[in-house]
Design a protein around this ligand. Structure first.
Ligand code: 7TS
Length: 410
């Protein structure tokens, strides 16, 4: 499939105030995999809450608290619909993908897994889907890593050879934040379930960029960060099938997560509140609701198509650069809207610094994926990541700025 050429300027760019803020006129933002920009509607939703009905939720029986509770719960329902979950009680508000994965690892690790049990993940994971599982080593739980094929995709033979009778959990990123690889989560999930394993998906880099349907994916748990999908920082979602969440123990205790507390012990609240101890990020959840309205208004199919057109355009140009090494699959069909690369002979930090001086925001480093860097035999890469507010001009600016880097290091 050949994608259409992206427009010079994105039709969505003017929805994002940051690009017209004083001093930002030249901003070429190619770091959306780290965090996305926020449209005006999200900023306004958060401001309206803070200015007009700030109050705690589920507690007050006065109008502004009722309004806050309604908006907070409406965001939960919007998220349910966004990922096609069965019930809104399967949507637990958390700080982000990292917290979601930690809750899963702590709850399953402490209460369900036993010594000798294995967690199967991949070498392309973000640290947030590696470290929480490694932290269970005190209990004798082992983490195994499926490798890559020669095109930067998951090596399914290696994966299948490591999936065994001790594998209690299979946890993979839907989209790699370094390679951009889109993993075949349906196939992986089927293999995990046939093996009797719980299947967890890190959706931090997929849910913002493509339609994600938890029922067709059939994952047991999905971790999502709001700030990568136009919402504020500090809000995310732990989705879990209600049968699984019901059977899991909470790991944070306190207010809101109980139905009864006695000196002798406590009873937990119903889902999702069992996992939402303490006052939640109410303004963040309301902002997330506005972000979902915004993305839904465009349509995730269209967001995905637009991302792919940017990626195809950028990849076609990137491949022409003989002094640039690209990591991950070449075929846009196998990947999402980001490209990690190295300019031969120049450290990625130097590349990113000069790009930054030219107004092009990228990220350099190990991208919280050190096992993957070891696999690629690279200490670091520079990463350009695209989102719906980027246009052809932004991609062209990246290549002009790369010419500047070459001149500095010639
Ligand atoms: N999983 C993946 C695949 C990610 O890319 C990230 C963040 C996380 C989990 C953690 O998300 P958080 O919102 O809890 O921090 N990735 C990046 C990145 O690539 N650059 O900065 C953050």
């Amino acid at each position: 499939m050949t994608e259409s050429m992206p427009p010079e300027k994105s039709p969505f760019r003017d929805d994002f105030p940051i690009f017209s803020a004083p001093g930002n006129e030249r901003l070429v933002y190619l770091d959306s995999a780290a965090t996305s920009q926020k449209p005006l509607s999200v900023i306004e939703a958060v401001t309206s809450f803070e200015e007009e009905f700030n109050s705690n939720v589920h507690r007050g029986i006065y109008p502004i608290s009722e309004k806050a509770t309604e908006a907070f719960e409406a965001s939960r329902e919007k998220f349910r619909s966004f990922i096609n979950a069965r019930h809104a009680n399967e949507v637990v508000f958390v700080r982000g993908a990292t917290e979601a994965l930690n809750i899963a690892a702590l709850s399953l690790g402490i209460y369900r897994l036993r010594e000798g049990d294995e967690v199967l993940t991949t070498v392309m994971e973000h640290h947030s889907n590696i470290v929480p599982w490694q932290m269970l080593s005190w209990k004798g739980i082992k983490v195994k890593y499926a490798g890559l094929d020669d095109r930067g995709r998951l090596d399914m033979e290696d994966f299948s050879s490591k999936l065994g009778s001790r594998t209690r959990i299979v946890t993979v990123s839907h989209v790699s934040n370094v390679l951009g690889t889109v993993n075949n989560v349906r196939e992986i999930g089927k293999m995990a379930h046939d093996n009797g394993s719980i299947f967890i998906v890190d959706g931090a880099q997929s849910v913002p960029h493509m339609p994600v349907d938890v029922r067709s994916m059939d994952c047991d748990i999905l971790a999502v960060s709001g700030h990568k999908m136009c919402a504020p920082t500090g809000i995310g979602v732990l989705y879990g099938k209600s049968e699984l969440l019901d059977s899991m123990e909470p790991v944070f205790g306190g207010g809101e997560m109980i139905s009864e507390v006695k000196e002798s012990g406590s009873k937990w609240a119903e889902l999702p509140y069992k996992f939402e101890a303490g006052t939640q990020n109410i303004s963040g959840a309301i902002g997330l609701g506005a972000a979902l309205d915004y993305l839904k208004g465009i349509g995730m199919e269209r967001v995905e198509e637009y991302d792919k057109s940017l990626l195809s355009y950028a990849m076609a140009r990137m491949i022409e650069q003989e002094d640039i090494e690209i990591y991950g699959p070449r075929d846009p069909e196998d990947r999402s809207g980001l490209i990690s690369f190295n300019l031969k002979g120049v450290h990625s930090h130097d590349v990113a610094e000069i790009l930054g001086r030219e107004g092009v925001a990228t990220r350099s480093g190990h991208h919280c994926a050190q096992p993957l860097m070891d696999e690629l035999d690279q200490p670091s890469t520079t990463r350009a990541s695209f989102y719906l507010y980027n246009g052809r001009k932004d991609v062209d600016a990246l290549f002009s700025a790369l010419d500047k880097v070459r001149k500095v290091f010639a």
